[in-house]
Design a protein around this ligand. Structure first.
Ligand SMILES: Cc1cc2nc3c(=O)[nH]c(=O)nc-3n(C[C@H](O)[C@H](O)[C@H](O)COP(=O)(O)OP(=O)(O)OC[C@H]3O[C@@H](n4cnc5c(N)ncnc54)[C@H](O)[C@@H]3O)c2cc1C
Length: 443
């Protein structure tokens, strides 16, 4: 151990943070999960990442980018954390093809700020502090998803440090199976130190929410999902209701949306059918720079835990799933329910082009309960009953919006053929399963 540590100190130029250090308390935890790792390593260069990975062999290892993962893979007790936040450069490397190289530890807020002067954007998530690494490797459903696809659909190449400490480049032409696997297979195959994304020129966009009373949840929800089937792909939207912070079952149903364009007349034509779904009680949709659509992250109080669960819904199950969700939203123990429209550009990519296996889903929804442990304990039985009634109408789950990490969850994320192909890549690049703290593909 000591000699390995001495070697690390010689080869590693980043920060080594151990218990007792001033930064340890903040460095030891990820956003939602406390931890007590023996050491947090913050590399500054790709060479540092190689040294850190070599040192990690045989240890419990967490890899952290934005630290926003729900299952808490970004920290552990007694093991090692490699915190990539020092690798956050964002550089336009090919201005004609709009290729942008992004460090594996950047956040989407940093990306939006860096790309704004170039008039470029990448289809990502909705929150500034979320990491490019975690969100992209498992999907990435954001405000441009219906027009440009998932965040991972924008990746054209990546630099990866594999379990043996080697730096490899992967793309459609270089190590294509690894390239397939990292787009949907999470952090199972190595540490991505840089992503090359094909960005898109962007104008300002219309962004905001249109709200309707709680009494209209069922009508608005059904009308919204019908409209999203044929709505232009510049429109991406999320229907959310039963927000416990706004009255739970009495909370309004809100359609949060982005119309990806700055033409006011066309935006009105596309958005007015949403306004006509019911009695509008609030409408703050306004033209703004794309970067301003991203929310500031919120750090929950230390005692608060968040339990998320997500699932996809195929076309034929939409009305049954929405009926059950609307009824749940009206009940005393309603969780927060958010339903995202997908389809569009996501569904046009062939199913086996990447390891993301849920391209044909029409909707993805998330239930959230939050609070100190006694509140969660009270909320769990009705939540489990809700999920039992939803089971016949859902298909798979979205890795980025799920707090648990059981074998059933892994099977719901990766259907058998996807899992089989991922396991073959895992055997090649991480046969000893060093990168195990994720929705794990066992070699
Ligand atoms: C407030 C909030 C808003 C969100 N909004 C959205 C949204 O709009 N759309 C959406 O799709 N998701 C969203 N998410 C979910 C988010 O995509 C996941 O929680 C994701 O895992 C967060 O990534 P991270 O890098 O911040 O997390 P981390 O906890 O740092 O990383 C999660 C895991 O990803 C892997 N990983 C991360 N970076 C790398 C890397 N460079 N190389 C190898 N492995 C890596 C590791 O296994 C790590 O444990 C949101 C989450 C929160 C908390």
């Amino acid at each position: 151990m000591t000699s390995a540590l001495e070697k690390l100190r010689q080869e590693f130029g980043g920060d080594i943070i151990q218990p007792g250090a001033a930064e340890y308390e903040s460095a030891s935890r990820s956003l939602l999960t406390p931890g007590s790792p023996a050491m947090v390593l913050r590399p500054r260069t790709v060479g540092d990442v190689c040294a850190a990975v070599t040192f990690a062999a045989g240890k419990v290892l967490s890899v952290r980018d934005g630290g926003h993962g729900f299952p808490g893979f970004g920290t552990n007790d007694g093991g090692l954390v490699i915190d990539l936040s020092g690798l956050a450069d964002v550089e336009v490397v090919d201005s004609e093809r709009h290729i942008v190289r992004i460090g594996g530890g950047a956040t989407w807020g940093q990306v939006a700020v860096a790309l704004a002067p170039h008039g470029l954007a990448i289809s990502a998530g909705d929150t500034k502090d979320v990491g490019v690494g975690g969100l992209t490797l498992a999907g990435g459903i954001g405000w441009k998803v219906r027009k440009y696809g998932l965040a991972l659909d924008g990746v054209v190449a990546a630099e990866v440090v594999t379990a043996d400490g080697e730096v490899v480049r992967t793309s459609a032409a270089e190590r294509p199976e690894l390239f397939w696997a990292i787009r949907g297979g999470g952090g199972n195959f190595g540490i991505v130190t840089a992503f090359d994304f094909a960005a898109h020129p962007t104008t300002d966009v219309f962004h905001g929410r249109i709200a309707f009373p709680a009494t209209e949840v069922a009508t608005v929800l059904n009308g919204w999902s019908d409209y999203m089937r044929t709505a232009p792909e510049e429109l991406t939207s999320v229907a959310s209701f039963a927000n416990p912070m706004a009255g739970g079952p009495k909370a309004p149903i809100e359609i949060h949306l982005v119309f990806d364009g700055d033409d006011e007349k066309r935006a009105a034509t596309v958005l007015d059918p949403i306004r006509e779904l019911g009695t509008v009680v609030d409408d703050d949709v306004a033209l703004k720079p794309y970067g301003e659509t991203l929310m500031d992250g919120v750090v929950p109080p230390p005692a608060v835990r968040i339990v998320n669960r997500s699932a996809f819904v195929d076309h034929d199950s939409v009305s049954d799933a929405l009926r059950i969700l609307a009824d749940a939203g009206a009940s005393e123990h309603a969780p927060l329910i958010a339903v995202r429209s997908v389809g569009g550009a996501v569904a046009r990519v062939p199913d086996d082009a990447t390891a993301y296996a849920h391209r044909q889903a029409e909707l993805m929804f998330v239930t959230t309960i939050a609070g100190p442990p006694p509140v969660l304990d009270a909320g769990r039985p009705p939540l489990e009953a809700l999920w039992a009634s939803l089971a016949p109408h859902t298909d798979g789950l979205y890795a980025n919006f799920t707090s648990s990490a059981t074998d059933e969850d892994v099977a719901a994320i990766y259907p058998p053929e996807t899992y089989r192909r991922l396991a073959a890549v895992k055997r090649q690049y991480d046969p000893d399963n060093l990168f195990a703290r994720n929705y794990n593909i066992r070699p």
